[in-house]
Design a protein around this ligand. Structure first.
Ligand SMILES: N[C@@H](CCC(=O)N[C@@H](CS)C(=O)NCC(=O)O)C(=O)O
Length: 220
């Protein structure tokens, strides 16, 4: 039996959505973020990383959304419904986008979030300094990285229905959370990304995932 340790408003939605698309049986163990937006003690104690998503499947214990999604695809998607044929050019794109999600898309979003939190919390006059550092980080790293990521996504989604081609794949599962966070910032005009996110959010499996896990609010 699969058990998913699921933190609200988190990347774990990627895995929950995939489990619903696969139609496999699973148990959902839900956790609520603390006031400081971190993992509660129960989740920190439930696994070595203290993070969500975390998946248990018999003897297998796995953290990292990317590895969980790949594991589920290899083990439960026996008809390759959510993966292109290994070695095809679409499969190469699928591999690229699956890794792009955590390695390139998330870092500037997380850095922006951290500095926004610091801006709001630091006491005066420390806030004058943190704001100055935050502005530098935003203008030198966050804004250009988000723009470069947005351009890549817009180009790919302008060419085909899903990120790697005409087929929904694990790359779409892995990308959706970051894409929603990017759109939630509302700072870039991204028509293709908007169309694709709407397509994700209208899928019956995604709607079931939200019903079971709760609506996902995007951090700014
Ligand atoms: N790279 C990991 C990131 C896991 C992660 O940072 N999860 C966040 C939720 S989005 C978490 O558990 N945060 C709670 C905490 O750090 O206390 C993945 O893709 O699974």
């Amino acid at each position: 039996m699969i058990t998913l340790h699921y933190l609200n408003d988190s990347r774990a939605i990627r895995v929950l959505w995939m489990l619903e698309e696969l139609g496999v049986e699973y148990e959902l163990k839900k956790y609520q973020r603390t006031k400081e937006m971190g993992a509660p003690k129960a989740l920190r104690e439930a696994n070595d990383t203290g993070k969500s998503p975390f998946l248990i499947d018999g003897e297998v214990k796995l953290a990292e959304s990317g590895s969980i999604i790949e594991y589920l695809q290899q083990k439960y998607d026996t008809e390759n419904q959510f993966s292109y044929e290994r070695g095809s050019s679409e499969w190469v794109d699928q591999v690229f986008w699956t890794h792009f999600a955590e390695a390139s898309l998330m870092p500037p979003l997380v850095v922006a979030l951290i500095f926004n939190m610091i801006d709001g919390k630091a006491p005066f006059p420390v806030t004058l300094l943190t704001k100055k550092i935050g502005d530098q980080v935003r203008s030198r790293f966050v804004t250009p990285s988000l723009k470069a990521n947005a351009d890549l996504l817009e180009e790919a989604l302008g060419k085909h229905e899903w990120i790697a081609g005409s087929q929904l794949t694990i790359a779409d599962f892995q990308l959706a959370y970051g894409a929603q966070a990017m759109l939630g910032r509302g700072k870039l005009d991204l028509p293709n990304l908007k169309r694709w996110v709407k397509q994700v959010e209208n899928r019956p499996a995604y709607l079931r995932a939200i019903e079971k896990g709760g609506k996902v609010s995007m951090p700014r």
